[in-house]
Design a protein around this ligand. Structure first.
Ligand code: ZN
Ligand code: ZN
Length: 261
């Protein structure tokens, strides 16, 4: 049955889904043979397969709603996308953990009390059942780690978006283009967004010096900052982007935060 199912499957179907489907069907076919077991391990296998299909369905729905590539869950914009990913870790993941633990308990109980109940001519042996439960457990732990990483990426994006919003204006976009929040703490190693308000800024009066960040001349009327302490002058947009990453002057390395405080 497995080759026929595989042949009829959509080319985009993942192999776990195909495997899960075929396991479920086989288990249902064999269901009558398990009636002497203390616990319905065939039912456990079917529901575990449904869990796998549930994850696949949630990702398929979310990706279809977002239409933004493989990493849609890092920054879902639509309600369907957000809820699809939430559904995997609020509902499916705890259920998978609980169902795996229950299955292990059932298997141990069954092997202890009714060890001969497995059909001798079936492929669903205690070893395969245990292997599948271990796979479910490893899969659940791996997915939990994956969710933690996605949360961290979302936190970084929010922090970067706040940092960009605190310094972005037309001048910055003209010089450096539209900034996109990254999923790393790229713009979060320097000053906090609220600390820019207190830094001195001015319009360049006489051109002549150069901004060492963009290597362009400071032209009359350009928005600029003279750093407190050392007095080095840069375009406001250039030094603000620098100070989001680091708190030191790019020329003399004096710490702006320390001097300012
Ligand atoms: Zn500059
Ligand atoms: Zn300096």
């Amino acid at each position: 049955m497995l080759p026929r199912i595989a042949a009829e499957s959509d080319t985009h179907s993942s192999w776990p889904s195909v495997f899960a489907s075929s396991c479920s069907i086989h288990a249902f076919v064999q269901q009558r043979s398990f009636h002497q077991c203390q616990h319905p391990l065939d039912l456990w296998l079917c529901v575990a397969c449904l869990h796998v299909l549930g994850f696949a369905a949630a990702f398929a729905v979310g990706r279809h709603a977002e239409r933004s590539g493989n990493w849609w869950f890092v920054n879902p914009r639509s309600r369907v996308g957000k809820n699809s990913f939430k559904c995997t870790w609020i509902v499916l993941l705890p259920l998978l953990f609980a169902w795996t633990a229950l299955g292990m308990n059932w298997l141990i109980d069954t092997l202890h009390n009714t060890p001969d109940c497995f059909p001798p001519d079936g492929y669903f042996t205690p070893t395969l059942c245990a292997l599948f439960q271990v796979l479910c457990g490893v899969g659940a732990v791996t997915y939990a780690i994956f969710v933690a990483n996605v949360w961290d990426a979302q936190r970084c994006r929010r922090a970067n978006a706040a940092a960009i919003a605190s310094v972005e204006d037309h001048d910055l976009v003209d010089r450096w283009g539209q900034l996109v929040p990254a999923a790393s703490m790229e713009l979060c190693g320097g000053l906090l967004p609220g600390e820019f308000v207190d830094l001195p800024r001015h319009a360049v009066g006489h051109e002549g010096s150069q901004c060492v960040i963009c290597l362009s001349a400071l032209m009359e009327g350009d928005a600029a900052r003279s750093l407190p302490g050392c007095g080095h002058v840069f375009h406001r947009a250039c030094i603000d982007l620098w100070l989001l990453r680091r708190t030191i002057c790019p020329l003399c390395k004096s710490d702006v935060r320390f001097v300012h405080s």
